[in-house]
Design a protein around this ligand. Structure first.
Ligand code: DGI
Ligand code: FE
Ligand code: FE
Length: 191
């Protein structure tokens, strides 16, 4: 184990509930495997995977209060859907609480929930690993999505976003513009 990784795992185990911790470990190893496949930095992928949900332990009211206290900017959409803030607050904690300065890792945490158009390789890896890790319940087309995670990242993004946007529409949940923009971007990439 690399320096500090074991200690970080102990801290996360104390912070997160058991299911979230198990998910976190699943994302870390899945992200590391994807990095091996796609020629990305394996250690960075593992660390980003470990930290991606490090702030996922609060209620909606707590997200708003803590982000205000910590000076994390809150968009209008996030005001109405505060759980989305676990991504931005997670990046903030990764830096302030866990001492991570690498901007690539921090942005992969920031964009792991909504994605964004034209993501970096590490951002794609964390976004996708979060969706496909072995502990996730099996979602539509999961087998195909898991295979694409190791063969075609753009196509993989299109299928994940189709599922996610479809699910949010079905549940009548509002969709952030950036989620739609991400979908449009990757659809264009594969056409
Ligand atoms: O934190 P995790 O549960 O591991 O996963 P995540 O950070 O990807 O969050 C998943 C949830 O986020 C999932 O239920 C879909 C939701 N989500 C993604 N984009 C949007 C969104 N929810 C809303 N309301 N709007 C979005 O644009
Ligand atoms: Fe998350
Ligand atoms: Fe997650």
């Amino acid at each position: 184990m690399k320096d500090g990784i074991k200690e970080l795992q102990v801290l996360l185990k104390d912070t997160l509930d058991e299911d979230r911790y198990v998910h976190t470990i699943g994302v870390a190893y899945t992200a590391a495997s994807m990095a091996m496949c796609h020629g990305a930095d394996v250690d960075k992928a593992f660390l980003a995977g470990l930290l991606h949900d490090c702030a996922k332990c609060y209620t909606n009211d707590e997200y708003l209060q803590i982000c205000k206290e910590e000076g994390v900017p809150i968009s209008v959409f996030e005001y109405e859907n505060p759980f989305l803030l676990h991504a931005k607050l997670g990046a903030h904690y990764a830096k302030k609480k866990y001492g991570v300065d690498d901007t690539e890792i921090l942005s992969s945490i920031t964009y792991h929930t909504t994605g964004r158009p034209d993501m970096s390789l590490l951002e794609l890896i964390i976004y996708i690993a979060d969706y496909i890790e072995p502990g996730r319940r099996v979602l539509p087309h999961m087998e195909t999505i898991r295979a694409l995670a190791f063969s075609n990242l753009n196509k993989c993004m299109v299928l994940i976003l189709e599922n996610t946007i479809g699910y949010l529409k079905e549940k009548n949940r509002p969709i952030d513009q950036i989620t739609n923009d991400t979908y449009e971007f990757y659809k264009k990439q594969v056409s």
